[in-house]
Ligand binder design. Sequence first.
Ligand code: ATP
Length: 270
Amino acid sequence: SRAQAMEVTASPTVTYDDIGGIDDQIREVREAVEDPLENPEQFEAVGVEPPSGVLLHGPPGTGKTMLAKAVANESDATFIKMAGSELVRKFIGEGARLVRDLFELAAEREPAVIFIDEIDAVAAKRTDSKTSGDAEVQRTMMQLLSEMDGFDDRGEVRIMAATNRFDMLDEAILRPGRFDRLIEVPEPAAEGRERILEIHTRDMNVADDVDLGAVAQNLDGYSGADIASLATEAGMFAIRDGRTEVTQADFEQAREKLRDADTEDEQVIN
Ligand code: ATP
């Protein structure tokens, strides 16, 4: 049903403190989303338009959804999430209808943050194939653009989207007045990984000998989501061993386990 396609949270619980390694991105999102929601008069007084839409792009599991939830939370706004894949519907007009409902709901619940995850599902560059499915996706995208173009009168509603496939996007959605603020959320470097590890172990009983910086050094290529799994796995090793403290060895074992699982995945694909 339509209601099920959208995830509405009156006030998400994620805060900026829960997000590690992307402080610059947090700052940019606050400026583009939180400030206009909280001080619309100031933008009006100065005479500048806040960005229409904010597009977060970067690899999977780096904190894009968290960032959108956190800015909604910290701005006391309703968070309304929809997956782009949910907008790709079977029946003609259904996707466009959902887009209209999405913006209508946001207007009812303002202040609100609309978040469209996997926006590439509806906004990919047009391919040469002229199947009817493509035409329907195109119609859904046109509806999205038209909602964004009529955005000025919508009051305290901010729109955000995310993609792992920035290169696939149709340039039409990146024009001024649409997703005109691009924020890249990259894979974390060693320092960011350490911060993310600190966040995901802050409620864990970690032994004094554990050096999270050293653990983080060895996690090249890990996303935030991978690091969250690593912390849980390390805790599981302690539990299996009947201990209440998580040791450096547990983190090492967790890393080996995840690495082996990863290699198996690749073998399946190859
Ligand atoms: P996708 O592109 O796959 O939708 P995403 O970038 O939206 O991914 P999130 O859904 O925000 O990623 O992150 C998934 C989980 O990974 C989070 O719930 C959190 O546990 C962890 N995580 C990811 N990035 C971070 C981060 N920067 N700091 C702390 N935790 C993180």
